[in-house]
Design a protein around this ligand. Structure first.
Ligand code: AMP
Length: 270
């Protein structure tokens, strides 16, 4: 496994590599990341994983500061998985170019996380643009857990690069909660609470699978869940998976949720 710390080493290492799979991450790797890496290894000749906590996608400085980081543990995991390359750039390696394309999220996409995290997706798309230009992968593996991110990044990259974005399914723990590096910031009690809430949403989805106005039910339930679990729910909406428009029926749609537990913001789609 080659550890690449700057753009020169990266260019040199990748110069002759064809059919490269790329898994972008912010580190603190868990089984969700591992599933993406395994898929890349299955579909591509070589796999590169990046670890980069991108400051430009954090709309809150404290969130950036306390984002969990553990390179030592990450490298042990990646070595075990037989990953070919790990790219761990410093901030100035990514932001040293005179890139002029300014990323703008259109009005119709100012929904869900884009509405509540100003500048977040602009930062995500910008870094994915830079990483894709540097790495030139054949395929990029991204998790459905961050569905809006996947949707917006795919749309943007498709217009500019030949790299194909591959959607990978969400990995959950036994409690039902989607694995996330941010879960490390929660104690056991809150992890259980989050798991119960997610399971409630799954049951709700099953119970009303034929309902013609499910979003109305969700609006009522939002208040009920907030009160019952004593959590702040930022959004709880049914949206169509093809265009992310609000949806009334469950077919082709998912429940999108963002909520706070002890100041930790979690997102999911069910
Ligand atoms: P992150 O390190 O949180 O930026 O995530 C890196 C990639 O892993 C993104 O494409 C995420 O969507 C994906 N990912 C994170 N958590 C999960 C999960 N529980 N299941 C599947 N993919 C995930």
């Amino acid at each position: 496994m080659k550890i690449l710390l700057n753009n020169n080493d990266l260019n040199e290492a990748l110069s002759k590599v064809r059919n490269l799979g790329f898994v972008p991450t912010m580190g603190s790797l868990h089984k969700g990341h591992i599933s993406l890496i395994k898929r890349s290894k299955k579909e591509c000749n070589k796999t590169i994983v990046s670890i980069f906590v991108n400051p430009r996608q954090f709309n809150n400085k404290n969130d950036f500061k306390r984002y969990p980081r553990d390179h030592k543990k990450d490298l042990i995991i990646l070595k075990k998985l037989n990953v070919n390359f790990v790219f761990i750039p410093k901030i100035d390696q990514i932001y040293n170019s005179k890139k002029i394309t300014k990323i703008k999220i259109g009005k119709k996409n100012q929904i869900l996380c884009a509405k509540f995290r100003e500048g977040h997706f602009e930062g995500v798309i910008d870094v994915m643009d830079r990483l894709t230009a540097l790495i030139k992968p054949k395929k990029i593996f991204m998790g459905e857990k961050d569905y809006q991110q996947l949707y917006l990044v795919k749309k943007y990259l498709n217009k500019k690069y030949s790299s194909k974005v591959i959607k990978c399914k969400t990995i959950r723990d036994q409690n039902g909660i989607a694995l996330s590096s941010r879960n490390l910031l929660l104690d056991k009690k809150n992890l259980l609470k989050a798991g119960k809430f997610v399971k409630d949403l799954m049951s709700l989805r099953n119970k009303y699978s034929n309902n013609n106005n499910f979003n109305k039910i969700l609006n009522l339930k939002k208040k009920e869940f907030s009160k019952f679990y004593k959590i702040k729910i930022e959004y709880l909406e049914l949206r169509n998976l093809n265009n992310l428009k609000l949806s009334k029926k469950i077919k082709n749609s998912k429940i999108f949720v963002a909520f706070y537990l002890n100041k930790v913001r979690l997102i999911d789609n069910i």
